[in-house]
Write a protein that binds this ligand. Sequence first.
Ligand code: NAD
Length: 456
Amino acid sequence: MILSSLQRLRDYFDSGITKNYDFRKAQLKKLKASILKHEQDLYDALYADLKKSPEETWVTETGLVISELNAAIKNLYQWMQPETVDTNLLNLPSTSKILKEPLGVVLIIGPWNYPFQLLINPLVGAIAAGNCVVLKPSEFASATEAVMKKVVEDVFPSEYILYVQGDGAKVVPEMMNNFSFDHVFYTGSTSVGRIIYKMAAERLVPVTLELGGKSPCVVESDANIKVAARRIAMTKFSNAGQMCVAPDYVIIHESIKEKFISAIKETVEQFFGGKPEQSENYGKIINEKQFDRIAGYLSNGKIVFGGRTDRKNLFIEPTLLDEVKVNDAVMNDEIFGPVMPILTFKSKGEALNIIAGHPAPLAFYVFTSSKAKENDWLNSVASGGSCVNNTSWHLTNHNLPFGGRGFSGTGNYHGKYSFDTFTHKKAVLKTPTWFDPAIKYPPFNGKLKLFKWLIR
Ligand code: NAD
C-alpha cells in the first residue's frame, strides 16, 4: 500500500510539474496560508503536547517557519538561477555553469520536541528546491501531529506531499528498505540517526542528519554574570530543556561560580515565579518515559536549586546540580530536560578535557568580554554551531547554516542552505565547435611541454 503511494510521488515528480518556478512559489504560498489558517489549532496542539504558550510557539515554531517561508518566497527566483563560473585555461573557449536540479522524492523525518518547525522547516526547502516529499512526523507529539496533517493535506495532494503517520521503527524501514529516496532528512537522536544512515547506505541514498548531543557552555571569569545567567536560563529551561541546542552543562570559572548560581536562582524566579508548575511560561515533559529518564539525573551531584517533580503532571522544576562528576550519568547522556550541571575550571585545559569527553557537539557557547578569549575558545572547540555571549539563538538566523558535525550530525539547512540541501548542483561545460585544435587529440608525442603550460 505505502509502496504504491511512494510510486505515485515518483510519477508526479517525473511529470516535471514540480520543477517550474511558478509552481514552487505557489506551493510555498499555499503552505503559508494553511499554517496561518490553522494558527490557533497549532497553539492548542503545542500547548497540549508540551505546554507551550502561544508566544513561545510563535517564536520557536510557527513564526520561525513563516519567516523561512517569506525568505524562500522572496529569494526563490534568484536561488534557482544557474550560476556562471570561470572556465580554466585548458578548457577555453568553453563556458561553464552550474544548474540547480531538484533531487526527486525526498523523505523528511521529524522529532517531538519542536514537532512543527523541525518537520515543516525542511519541507520549505524541499518544496523550494522542486521536490516531492514524504513527511514522517513524530508519533509522540500526537496533538501537533494531527494538526500538521490538516495543514498539509488541506493544500497538497498526496502524490506531491505525502503525510505518513505511525511508529517510526516500523514505517520508516518499510519505506527506506523498499524504495530509493533521493534524499533522507532526519532530525532526532544519534542512536536512531545511525539506523537511518545504515538503511540509506544500502541504497546509496544521501542523508542530512540533524542529531543531538551535549552542548557545553563555558563561562569565563570576565563574563557579564547577570546577562550570562539570563541567556543561559532562557534556553536551558525553555520547552523544559527539551531543546537540541540547549546548553547541556555549564563549565564556569571557579572564581565566579557562587555569584553565577545566585544569578541563575534570581533569574529563574523572575522568569517563572516561585512555582514554575503554575507558570504559563514553563513547559512540561513530553511523556512518562522521558520524565523518568530526566528525574533519574536528580540523584547525581548536589541540588543547589529546584529539584521538585510531579510525575502526574510531567513537571520537573528548573534545577541546578553542583558537585557533579564527569563520569556521572548526567554527564554521559544528553540531558534533554531542565537539569543543569555546573562544573568548574581554573585553567582552560581543564575545561577542554571535560568537553573532549563529548567531541563535536551540536553547539558550543562561550561567555566572555575578551575578544582574545572568544577567538581562542572558538578555535579550540569544534562544534556544529556556536554563540558568543548567547545560547541557541544562532538557529533563528536563516542566513546561518544550521547543523552538526560528527556525532551531532551531518549536513545543514535553513534559508538558502535548505534550498541547497535539496538541490543537486549539476556542472555543465559547453564547448563551441568553431575552435577544435589538433593539439587536444592524439598523437600526443612532443606535446608534454605545452601540456605542462596548460595544466599548472
Ligand atoms: P527519535 O530518534 O526517537 O525520533 C525521531 C524520529 O525518528 C521520529 O519521527 C520517530 O518516529 C523516528 N524513529 C524512531 N525510531 C526509529 C527507527 N528505529 N527507525 C526509523 N525511524 C525511527 O528522536 P526524538 O526522541 O524524537 O528526538 C530527541 C533527539 O533529537 C535528541 O537527541 C535531540 O537532541 C535530537 N534533536 C536534534 C535536533 C537538531 O536539529 N539537531 C533537533 C531536535 C532534536
